[in-house]
Design a protein around this ligand. Structure first.
Ligand code: GDP
Length: 290
């Protein structure tokens, strides 16, 4: 899994501080350089890495270690705080009726994530329903319908209909009584003008409580640019990062949050409906730092 590699590198870097009995500038420089390399390898944005490593170095040397903390614990604490600063604390998801709009590029894992999200709410005891408004990708209707049927999730779609806004309008009426209304929008190859216009129109009529951007973990340095474009169009409230099980380059997507100030809501860690978890920054980063 992606983060295993980053975790190994970070833990390896921090291991250099074991046995040190004081914070020594040379050792700190060495550790920070290793941390820098690890983050760059996993594709965290270059500028973020540079800013962050500068702060880790300064703070490690300047700040007093907490009472009883050895040099390693002192630096780990600072690295941890700086990483939370980049990845954010994670989103708050209310367990109450709401409308969620899903956006993302084609192939990002959006359709799969729609069904995973429905399942997640279902397991929390809420009744989800899905509207399939991706009439752009051939096969999207069938794919989503099959996924929802398997999970016993109510699905609304209109196969062959070209007006996505109309589908959403009629769909919202049809699924009115459900707690969680999830709208799958057309995946995009790139952010083309007509598809942005469609996304804006759906956003205007559905007035969703949450607008989740689905990002493939392997997107790398493009993550920030893409997140910004989607955010400018509809205002992203949370990010879902998929395929964290399949890449060593998840850092780009993980650090996209700092670009648009939207928290990471969920992560996808496999192809089955249950390979989906809330992003808990504390746990995630603690695991990375060992
Ligand atoms: P869409 O075009 O964005 O709707 O993408 P799909 O939902 O069809 O997903 C594209 C491919 O990625 C499919 O083969 C999914 O099974 C796969 N996929 C989605 N999420 C994950 C994940 O978290 N892990 C893995 N390994 N595969 C995923």
């Amino acid at each position: 899994m992606v983060m295993d590699k980053l975790g190994d590198s970070l833990q390896g870097a921090l291991r250099k501080l074991i046995g040190a009995n004081r914070i020594d500038e040379n050792v700190v420089n060495e550790v920070v350089k290793d941390i820098q390399r690890a983050l760059l390898t996993s594709d965290v944005n270059v500028k973020l890495v540079m800013d962050m490593s500068k702060r880790i170095k300064e703070r490690s040397l300047k700040e007093e270690p907490q009472k009883g903390a050895d040099p390693r614990e002192h630096v780990v604490r600072i690295v941890y705080q700086e990483m939370i600063g980049i990845m954010g604390k994670g989103a708050t998801i209310d367990l109450k009726p709401q409308t969620i709009m899903m956006v993302g590029l084609q192939g990002s894992g959006k359709t799969t994530s729609v069904s995973k999200l429905a399942r997640w709410f279902q397991k929390k005891g809420l009744k989800p329903a899905v509207i399939g408004a991706d009439n752009f990708r051939p096969g999207a209707y069938q794919q989503l319908k099959i996924l929802c049927d398997k999970l016993n999730v109510h699905f609304y779609g209109e196969e062959g209909e070209t007006d996505a806004v109309g589908i959403v309008k009629r769909g919202l009426k049809e699924i009115e009584k459900y707690d969680i209304k999830i709208i799958d929008t057309a995946g995009r190859h790139a952010l083309e003008a007509d598809l942005i216009a469609e996304m804006e129109a759906i956003n205007a009529i559905a007035n969703p409580d949450q607008k989740f951007l689905v990002l493939d973990a392997a997107i790398g340095q493009q993550a920030g640019v893409q997140a910004k474009a989607f955010n400018d169009a509809v205002g992203i409230t949370g990010i879902i990062i998929t395929k964290l099980d399949g890449t060593a380059k998840g850092g780009g997507a993980l650090s996209a949050v700092s670009e648009i100030n939207a928290p990471i809501a969920f992560i996808g860690t496999g192809e089955t409906p249950d390979d989906f978890e809330r992003f808990d920054a504390d746990r995630f980063i603690s695991r990375l730092l060992g």
